[in-house]
Design a protein around this ligand. Structure first.
Ligand code: B4P
Length: 191
């Protein structure tokens, strides 16, 4: 199973990715988590992306694409994966297509979590209080929403045009949303 999970910041991508990946027996690969762990460990990559992430901007495409390609080359991703937070730009969509074509593989479905914009902001402000992520202050959250709407939202239309988009209502409890995602993906891929 080769899946993407998409949605605005706070839609529940990272929250749902782990459970959904476990459900299908594939690794969950989050570009945001990869970058955050590099920042935390002070690696050269972490130093390169720290200020970009704090400002709520996207890490450059080529860099992100190389990291994802390297991760997808790991044996555990050979039989499938769930990508969380990638692709985020049309350039990244093209890079993923090239990677998959080269390996004779294709996506099975693109999950899109749909949540009301004001609920998204409320969730992230709540997370800011708990996790103190440096990109979770209100000004940066609103900027991330704008970047999402401009650069990433249009990708949904592209995947819908390919018949891959599986829209899921992201409102409700984490468990309710998980159940909805699994049911929607199963019915979309004919399981
Ligand atoms: P991400 O890590 O992807 O950050 P995010 O968009 O905030 O999503 P996240 O997965 O963390 O949050 P979630 O919706 O699960 O990216 C961070 C940064 O990394 C980007 O801004 C960018 O700088 C960089 N980056 C990452 N990928 C990149 C790429 N491909 N290209 C370039 N740059 C890239 O959940 C948020 C909160 O909602 C949580 O607190 C959760 O508890 C809560 N929540 C979830 N589901 C809920 C529910 N059903 N009800 C109530 N609360 C819920």
């Amino acid at each position: 199973m080769r899946l993407l999970i998409m949605g605005a910041p706070g839609a529940g991508k990272g929250t749902q990715a782990v459970g959904i990946a476990a459900h299908y027996g594939v690794p969950a690969i989050s570009t945001g988590d990869i970058f955050r762990s590099n920042v935390k460990n002070g690696t050269p990559l972490g130093k390169q992306v720290d200020a970009i992430m704090k400002a709520g901007n996207y890490v450059p495409d080529e860099l992100t694409e190389q990291i994802v390609a390297d991760r997808l080359d790991h044996p555990d991703a050979g039989a499938g994966f769930l990508l969380d937070g990638f692709p985020r730009t049309m350039h990244q969509v093209d890079a993923l297509d090239d990677y998959l074509d080269k390996h004779g593989k294709a996506l099975d479905a693109v999950i899109c979590l749909d949540v009301e914009p004001e609920d998204l902001i409320a969730r992230l402000i709540k997370r800011a209080e708990i996790e103190k992520r440096p990109d979770d202050n209100e000004e940066t959250i609103r900027h991330r929403m704008d970047v999402y709407l401009e650069s990433t939202r249009p990708l949904l239309d592209a995947y819908e045009g390919r018949g891959l988009l599986v829209k899921v209502d992201g409102n409700g409890s984490v468990e309710e949303v998980s159940t909805r995602i699994a049911a929607a993906v199963d019915s979309a891929v004919g399981h």
